[in-house]
Design a protein around this ligand. Sequence first.
Ligand code: FAD
Length: 467
Amino acid sequence: GPSDMHADVVVLGAGPGGYTAAFRAADLGKKVILIERYPTLGGVCLNVGCIPSKALLHAAKVITDADEATAHGIVFGKAQIDLDKLRSWKESVIAKLTKGLKALAKQRKVEVVHGNGKFVTGHSIQVETAEGSKTISFEHCIIAAGSSVTRIPGFPYDDPRLIDSTGALALNDVPQRMLIIGGGIIGLEMATVYSALGSKISVVEWMDQLIPGADPDLVKPLHRRIGKRYEAIYLKTKVTKIEAAEAGLTVTFEGDKAPQPQTYDRILLAVGRRPNGREIGAEAIGIQVNERGFIPVDQQMRTNLPHIFAIGDIAGEPMLAHKATYEGKLAAEVIAGHKVAFDARTIPSVAYTDPEIAWMGLTEKEAIKQGIDYEKAVFPWAASGRAISMAREEGLTQLLLDKTTRRILGAGMTGINAGELIAETVLALEMGADMQDLSLTIHPHPTLSETVLFAAEMAEGTITDLF
Ligand code: FAD
């Protein structure tokens, strides 16, 4: 049919994957149209994900640090929280970034079309805009339509007290008693925020540990700390029923250690996210979508239709922003004719909880499963001068290395700023660094980054003094 607009590259979805792909394609000389159903760019990450959660976690850290300083003779008193002001500060953080993106799109002459988009043919997408329906045709398309929250069927979702991560980030109020369903990264980050703000938190997780993807040793210090602060943590337990009444939401649990039914003021459901693969008309034009809703891609991010690409959450696990941006850049470069492919050694994971947990490369479990002859070096932060002087000694830094080559295979750390510290080990893995490389690299003293050096020295048997 007739097309209202045409572009070399059409990008569907303006999250971290989509805007990165659009900007890179434009920088490589392509005419680009970026389609986004929401009024702002940035997707889940900027609007209702990574960024607002980190703004609120910053506030939580200020409260907690002030609170704990009492033990060192500095007394601030109980934090007074102006929720309206905190909320509008968080909104201003988002606005700064989404406005920045808008300007960057304009600078590059990336045309943004707002509205819901669906494929109509293998070379066109129809967008329902405020000014009516528009057909946009393309040579190449990059699908970056992301993911949505997963729901457990049968819960009373029309009750405003049952919220998802977006509802939790809205920060409408601070409930007295809050249950978090799902002990993964998103649930525990929100627990960190609401606990600092004054809510009594309970967490229920179906698996046998919090943050099920992470090494159990890394999770222990977090579990120990929040176990003291939260009302309850139920593992190997699931919620089977939520009943809404005026007094609250009454929850029925199931499992060996399941408690009696409990009533909460607020429930946050954080049991994962599902890709939006089935919501964009992809199957109708012959794009393969798997049973979970992911769109399978090859090493160059191509779907089964070679001129259509998929990136970010919709293209597979792990659903992380830094994976989406890496893939977005890659897809744009492939379209521009560069001979590039996905060959990153690892995608690091970070839980921005208190303490933080970060890991990359192989976990010990995976090394065992793959029959790799590995060695493990663990440096406890209780022997780090910097950790002690920050009164946060509960952390650890752990390196996994190949016994024969001495090369780094994986790393994990728990403690404040673990999310920043993991980057050095990611570079080490990308560069094929061995324990000598790490142990002969002079690290500044006293820093938490030294814990990587110390762990490598432990592996080498060259560690002398601690602290
Ligand atoms: P998205 O960000 O989901 O963007 C997809 C975009 O496509 C959306 O803007 C959507 O509106 C648009 N879209 C979808 N369908 C259509 C359509 N048919 N027409 C038009 N537009 C459409 N990741 C991290 O790495 N670090 C973190 O700290 C982190 N924290 C998070 C915290 C929370 C609470 C949540 C929910 C997620 C968090 N994530 C984090 C995950 C991260 O947000 C995602 O991995 C990331 O946003 C994926 O980017 P994307 O570009 O694939 O898709």
